[in-house]
Design a protein around this ligand. Structure first.
Ligand SMILES: C[S@@+](CC[C@H](N)C(=O)[O-])C[C@H]1O[C@@H](n2cnc3c(N)ncnc32)[C@H](O)[C@@H]1O
Length: 386
């Protein structure tokens, strides 16, 4: 009789097999909760006692974790597992402990075609294969083709999580602050008359554009503004940032309080109701800034006084960045400004021939902390006069 086990963080599957006509046949199997036993050997003993006694000739266990020198301390398991104590529990010296994906690697090689499902059709070849198993952790194993057969090479892909662990805040529906923040800054700093204000938003993504276009149609919109950072253990928001947040929106909307879950109480928050006198000044269109320049409906190219680009340039390769800067430069009026927040990205040999010299660059402290202060940056270029 052969005993096989698949030992996972949640459950342990055990099965007894017999060799019949050179193939393995299941004699008895059971699935036990891993956390219901103090040790794997206890689970094995219970399983063996449940059926009629039969000597075990060999046993193999796949365990979710790295196996080193026949021993495994798994992250998601309540047990330390080792070959010596397993051998004593099943009364045979022929015991092997392997990583669970290594065991699956041997297992898939024995599966009939009827047990396989095609996810994406391709040309079957005798070649190295990769096996990926998304369970409590992310298991990965290689089946290396050595010219005659596959050799299973165990690996630990790491106990990777699929969901982000960063402080993502997903309390509200899709929103766009950027055109409002720009309008608010221009009006509150008295850099623009409300009557002259006109904002064109461009993005390559149609859904972003559709959302921005809906602002004008809706007339009145309510933004729910919640800071991603908060005063917390070992971190303090800068007075500048608090001031900015306090004043944000005062020139474009009416402010009111906002309710957030208790664990967000220390975040800065407010709601802002913005009327048609502002949303009516926002146009939006699809544009690839690398290959296109914005055109008005009458076919003219705008002469912008200001172009604001945040969190876009880092996605571009150097040549794409050069094309994008060329297009932006062509759309700027003489003396107009480009403001962006990528202090490291733009080499000076790009912007000098484009006539977009850097006028100012600085970092802004958002939150101070001994170990991880949070900064943003701003760079201002001005289109040279011809
Ligand atoms: C990280 S978001 C930044 C959005 C916004 N500016 C901000 O700071 O919150 C980057 C945006 O750039 C857009 N984008 C990427 N490549 C682009 C391109 N070649 N032309 C125009 N927009 C592009 C994406 O669709 C996305 O909406």
């Amino acid at each position: 009789m052969i005993l096989a086990g698949d030992v996972g963080g949640t459950k342990t599957a055990l099965a007894l097999f017999e060799v019949r006509r050179r193939a393995l046949a299941v004699v008895r199997e059971s699935v036990l909760p891993s956390h219901g036993f103090a040790a794997l050997t206890d689970a094995i003993r219970q399983f063996l006692l449940e059926g009629s006694p039969a000597p075990i000739e060999a046993a193999c266990f796949g365990v979710a974790g790295p196996v080193i020198d026949g021993r495994c301390t798994a992250v998601n398991l309540p047990w330390e597992v080792d070959e010596a104590s397993l051998a004593a529990a099943v009364s045979t010296p022929r015991v092997k402990l392997v990583n669970d994906l290594e065991a699956t690697g041997h297992g898939v090689l024995g599966l009939p075609a009827s047990a396989l499902a095609t996810l994406q059709p391709g040309e079957p070849r005798k070649a190295t294969m990769a096996l990926i198993a998304a369970g409590t952790g992310l298991g990965e194993v290689l089946l290396v083709w050595d010219g005659r057969r596959h050799r299973v090479v165990s690996s630990e892909g790491g106990h990777a999580d699929f969901a982000p662990r960063t402080d993502f805040i997903d309390l509200f529906g899709p929103q766009s602050y950027q055109p409002f923040a720009v309008a608010d800054a221009l009006l509150s700093l008295k850099l623009c008359d409300a009557a002259r204000l006109q904002i064109d938003c461009v993005d390559i993504n149609e859904r972003v554009v559709a959302h921005l276009q809906s602002l004008r149609r809706r007339g009145e919109v309510t933004l729910s503004i919640l800071s991603g950072v908060s005063d917390g253990a070992g971190r303090a928001l800068s007075e500048d940032y608090k001031d900015y947040f306090r004043n944000l929106g005062s020139s474009v909307g009416r402010e009111s309080a906002i309710n957030v879950p208790p664990d967000m109480a220390s975040h800065l928050k407010k709601s802002l109701r913005i009327g048609p006198e502002v949303t009516g000044k926002i146009n939006a269109d699809r544009l690839n800034i690398i290959t296109e320049r914005f055109e008005r409906s009458d076919g003219s190219t705008p002469n912008y006084d200001l172009v604001v680009v945040t969190n876009v340039f880092p996605y571009f390769k150097p040549t794409e960045l050069l094309f994008a800067l060329t297009n932006i430069s062509e759309m700027l009026a003489e003396g107009g400004y480009l403001i962006h927040n990528e202090l490291q990205t733009i080499p000076s040999f790009f912007i000098t021939p484009l006539g977009l010299p850097l006028r100012q660059a600085r970092t802004v402290l958002i939150a101070s902390s001994e170990s991880m202060p949070l900064f943003d940056g701003v760079a201002i270029h001005q289109k040279a006069k011809k």
